[in-house]
Design a protein around this ligand. Structure first.
Ligand SMILES: NC(=O)c1ccc[n+]([C@@H]2O[C@H](COP(=O)([O-])OP(=O)(O)OC[C@H]3O[C@@H](n4cnc5c(N)ncnc54)[C@H](OP(=O)(O)O)[C@@H]3O)[C@@H](O)[C@H]2O)c1
Length: 265
């Protein structure tokens, strides 16, 4: 009886919130992507849509997600959901809404990236508010997301949690200079959270893998292009092919988008 009331409440809430949950097709694989309104996340949506997947695309501000909405207008299997990854109540709420939905790939992409002015400053210029926010968004958010959606992934066919990390987090490979304190430390914390979590995932049959997407040109028009960066289409095409090849053997690995080789921590 309690379960029935709960399901009824979720149905009413999903109708009120405009969730088009019913749009997902049972015979298609499903990917949930965070930070899906621009950059790498948006390109993942574009390419998984072309591959005919169900997509739960989460964004902080659906009203402003014009490019994503244009894709969703063309593809009824793209469902847009509001999510700030620091809002743990909302993550749990979404996990409840999608309780009966297997999620083949949980793709944690959202991140606070070093596009803010103080990111490249030396120690005197560190913005400690940004340092805390970076940790909450880049490290704690993906851990909470993984916790909340573990059962959905375990119930799916492919059972994969993919975490977009960065070479900048690596002690070995990161730039040997004082820059991006908050970003690099938060991504290193992300790597450690996931390294630990990967000891739990095999019991559920779930493969948890971290991927570095390379230097990708995700600057908005007018921004400064990262030197030697590639376009999102190239990075995402390679990551999707890599994700497709992953098996439980790849659980707990930190891989390069380019050829799936291991990256130093
Ligand atoms: N581009 C690169 O060269 C590169 C290299 C290594 C790793 N990465 C990683 O790849 C991922 C995507 O990078 P990108 O270049 O596409 O970044 P981006 O263009 O800066 O986009 C970041 C995305 O994350 C979202 N986001 C930020 N804070 C959020 C929060 N609290 N809750 C939910 N969503 C939030 C943003 O939403 P809003 O639009 O609402 O801000 C946006 O959709 C990040 O994890 C980044 O660290 C990128």
């Amino acid at each position: 009886m309690h379960k029935l009331i709960n399901n009824l409440l979720i149905l009413i809430l999903s109708v009120l919130s405009g969730t088009a949950y019913a749009g997902l097709e049972a015979d298609k694989p499903t990917v949930l992507i965070t930070g899906a309104n621009r950059g790498i996340g948006l390109e993942f949506v574009r390419q998984y849509s072309a591959l005919d997947w169900n997509i739960i695309a989460t964004v902080r501000n659906p009203r402003k997600a014009k490019a994503l909405k244009a894709l969703a207008n063309e593809d009824p299997n793209i469902i847009i959901e509001q999510l700030d990854v620091t809002d743990h109540t909302r993550i749990d709420w979404l996990a409840d809404i999608y309780a009966d939905q297997p999620i083949d790939i949980l793709l944690s992409n959202a991140g606070l990236t070093p596009k803010y002015v103080s990111a490249f400053k030396r120690v005197k210029g560190i913005d400690f508010n940004m340092a805390s926010k970076s940790f909450e968004i880049n490290a704690v958010g993906p851990l909470k997301l993984s916790q909340a959606f573990m059962t959905h992934v375990a119930a799916s066919q492919q059972k994969k949690i993919i975490i977009i990390s960065s070479r900048a987090a690596s002690f070995e490979l990161g730039p040997k200079m004082p820059m991006m304190y908050s970003y690099r430390a938060s991504k290193a914390a992300l790597n450690m959270f996931m390294h630990i979590l990967a000891f739990e995932t095999p019991k559920q049959g779930v493969t948890l893998t971290l991927i570095s997407p390379g230097a990708v040109n995700t600057m908005e028009p007018g921004g400064i292009k990262i030197p030697n960066s590639i376009e999102p289409s190239e990075s995402i095409e390679k990551m999707i092919a890599l994700i497709e090849r992953l098996t439980l053997e790849d659980n707990g690995r930190f891989l390069s988008f380019a050829d799936g080789s291991d990256l130093g921590w």
